[in-house]
Design a protein around this ligand. Structure first.
Ligand code: NAD
Ligand code: ZN
Length: 357
């Protein structure tokens, strides 16, 4: 078992526990005082069919309820949150009770938002089961849902009481979902930790074979990076924005491609495009770009795609991350060091997009 303490506004807030099964979950929940509480496990259909029985068995001495919704981003909306409220009201959940999010980022974001808002806030625990949720969405307290066609438009910053990771849930993850999570993992190396980045290449065989030790190490380091960035800037007033590396263009590509490509796949493309800008600003070399491309191939990313470049640019300029009409673009000043650049022009972006298609 590995552990990380996460602070919020300079105070200890919650613990991340990394384990290789669910056998320690009951004990860890005991530490956050769960004995007399009602617990509602919130999960999606895919994850529930794989892990719900095991988790329920571990908690069989507790008062457990279950709410399951259909898997998929298309269900990340207020209606699903409203259904959770129904379950909670029907079963008379009150302020001291608790929700358990068992699943990927969709479950975590929805359940977290339900917890943040039901009775003005009840406790919740994250049990992330995708690579993306383990290294990214379960840390940092962003919760929320999509609204109409706007992603993550409605939400709240709301911290969990515990994040419990069972690394072996990754064994059942479809390979496209694994690749999607690797987009964030590679990003973490690029923005913060050069050695970790190169290690992802050296140890790719073990990682792809699902070697539990190597996977646990990778998840732990990624969590440490995300934790450090969000601790320093919990409400994204400044430096937290570096986590958006590859995302400014990545999100726009995702939209232009009508969400057929996974998020991580688009982040991969967005990072490659950002490399093009960095090279022209003399911050990275052609060698760096070749290496990233190779690394992305190793983890089954496509590194070029057909797209309507003008449309992607338009979508980029409409992004909600604009500030005073200027895009906060994240670039690298060498591998492992990110910075915010407000001087990236339309032409820079256009050329960058042309470099990946
Ligand atoms: P997801 O939750 O939809 O999971 C992907 C698919 O894998 C789903 O079909 C799910 O049912 C299935 N699945 C989950 N765990 C599994 C397992 N162990 N074995 C087999 N199948 C499994 O998607 P995701 O990629 O985990 O998360 C994406 C969401 O996270 C997006 O909505 C995004 O906006 C959000 N997000 C939030 C934050 C944040 O800070 N809150 C950060 C990044 C992303
Ligand atoms: Zn992302």
């Amino acid at each position: 078992i590995d552990r990380l303490d996460v602070n919020f506004e300079n105070k200890p807030c919650y613990e991340i526990v990394i384990s290789d099964d669910f056998s320690n979950l009951r004990e860890e929940l005991g530490k956050i005082d769960i004995e007399k509480k009602k617990i509602c496990i919130v999960s999606d259909t895919n994850v529930a069919s794989l892990y719900l029985e095991t988790v329920k068995r571990e908690l069989n001495d507790l008062n457990v309820f279950v709410h399951i919704f259909d898997a998929g981003e298309r269900n990340k909306h207020l209606g699903t949150v409203s259904d959770i409220y129904d379950t909670l009201v029907y079963n008379r959940f009150d302020r001291k009770d608790i929700l358990l999010a068992l699943g990927g980022g969709v479950v975590g974001d929805i359940c977290g938002f339900a917890a943040a808002t039901y009775l003005r806030g009840i406790d919740f625990v994250q049990i992330p089961t995708t690579l993306l949720s383990q290294v990214d969405s379960s840390i940092g307290g962003k919760t929320g849902v999509d609204f109409k066609h706007y992603k993550n438009m409605v939400g709240a910053f709301y911290m969990p009481k515990l994040v419990y990771v069972n690394i072996n849930t990754l064994n059942t993850l479809p390979s496209t979902e694994f690749t999607s999570g690797m987009g964030e993992v590679i990003k973490h190396g690029l923005i913060f930790d050069r050695e970790y980045y190169y290690r992802l290449f050296e140890n790719s065989k073990k990682i792809l074979e699902g070697d539990p030790k190597e996977l646990a190490y990778m998840v732990l380091v990624s969590q440490k990076i995300k934790k450090q960035v969000v601790e320093n800037d919990p409400y994204e007033k400044g430096q937290r924005a570096i986590l958006n590396f590859g995302h400014t263009l990545g999100h726009a590509i995702e939209r232009e491609k009508k969400f057929i490509l996974s998020h991580g796949q688009c982040v991969g493309l967005g990072m490659l495009a950002a490399f093009d800008i960095c090279i022209r600003k003399n911050k990275l070399t052609e060698e760096d770009r070749k290496f990233l491309k190779e690394l992305l191939h190793v983890y089954s990313f496509d590194t070029d795609t057909e797209m309507d470049v003008e449309k992607v640019l338009e979508a980029t300029l409409n992004d909600k991350k604009m500030e005073a009409g200027k895009i906060k673009f994240i670039l690298l000043d060498g591998i492992g060091k990110a910075f915010i650049d407000r001087e990236v022009s339309k032409i820079d972006m256009l050329e960058a997009l042309n470099s990946i298609c």
